[in-house]
Ligand binder design. Structure first.
Ligand SMILES: [Zn+2]
Ligand SMILES: [Zn+2]
Ligand SMILES: [Zn+2]
Ligand SMILES: [Zn+2]
Length: 228
């Protein structure tokens, strides 16, 4: 299954590919920085969090602790049952949760984030640039994220998949539309018991008991064709 992703720009409402959205957002941020001159501004780090084709484009207040990013990732992408997590810099060095974002994520720095040291979900964070902006009380601003991926039913390939089978996933693509899921339940004992899980827009999909994020729900589900 070869997937591509795109995200929606918070400033102009247009859609851009994963590759182009960062540069595009930077043009808005540059303009906003100019417009915000003289207002109550703060340093914000523009960062990108990626797990393969899934991504988050974020602004994080530079004076925040790294824990704020950890919490944000848990809320939007990761939290299932309170597993441990941590940030690591490329050489394997651990970053403390109370380290300050502006000190750790200097431009061009790359760090990884692991959630759950058993069934680990690893994401990569890249710091792009720091801007002086006026964003009131927000510590983290979600500039863009990948729209739900085009995951089609692996049986009929006609409809978007709504559920997966976490047991059969080991043997190949096991994403099902509602109709094919009913058929799968007849041949797979575990499916109705515990193995059926919703398709969600997160790199933790199908792992442990993950059921989706706690906010931005409308972009956390099944693929929908976008009207162009
Ligand atoms: Zn835009
Ligand atoms: Zn869990
Ligand atoms: Zn189907
Ligand atoms: Zn199954």
């Amino acid at each position: 299954m070869e997937l591509q992703s795109e995200g929606h720009c918070i400033f102009c409402n247009e859609y851009f590919s994963q590759k182009d959205i960062g540069k595009h957002l930077a043009t808005h941020l540059k303009i906003k920085e100019k417009e915000d001159k003289g207002k109550k501004t703060n340093g914000f780090n523009h960062i990108v969090v990626e797990a393969d084709v899934m991504f988050l484009q974020l602004l994080v207040r530079s004076t925040c602790e790294m824990e704020e990013i950890d919490n944000f990732l848990r809320d939007i992408w990761l939290e299932c049952c309170g597993h441990d997590s941590g940030f690591h810099i490329k050489r394997g060095e651990e970053i403390e949760m109370d380290d300050i974002v502006g000190n750790v994520l200097t431009p061009k720095t790359k760090v990884s984030h692991d959630y759950d040291y058993g069934t680990t979900t690893r994401t990569f964070i890249k710091s792009v640039k720091v801007y002086d902006l006026d964003f009131d009380d927000d510590d983290i601003v979600l500039l863009s994220r990948n729209e739900p991926l085009k995951i089609m039913c692996s049986v009929c390939n006609k409809k978007a998949a709504t559920v997966l089978c976490s047991v059969c996933l080991w043997e190949g693509d096991s994403y099902f539309c509602n109709t094919c899921a009913k058929k799968h339940a007849k041949t797979c004992e575990d499916f109705d018991d515990y193995a059926s899980m919703d398709v969600v827009n997160s790199p933790r999909m199908g792992e442990c008991g993950y059921e989706g994020g706690s906010f931005d729900k409308e972009r956390d589900g099944v693929y929908k064709e976008r009207k162009k």
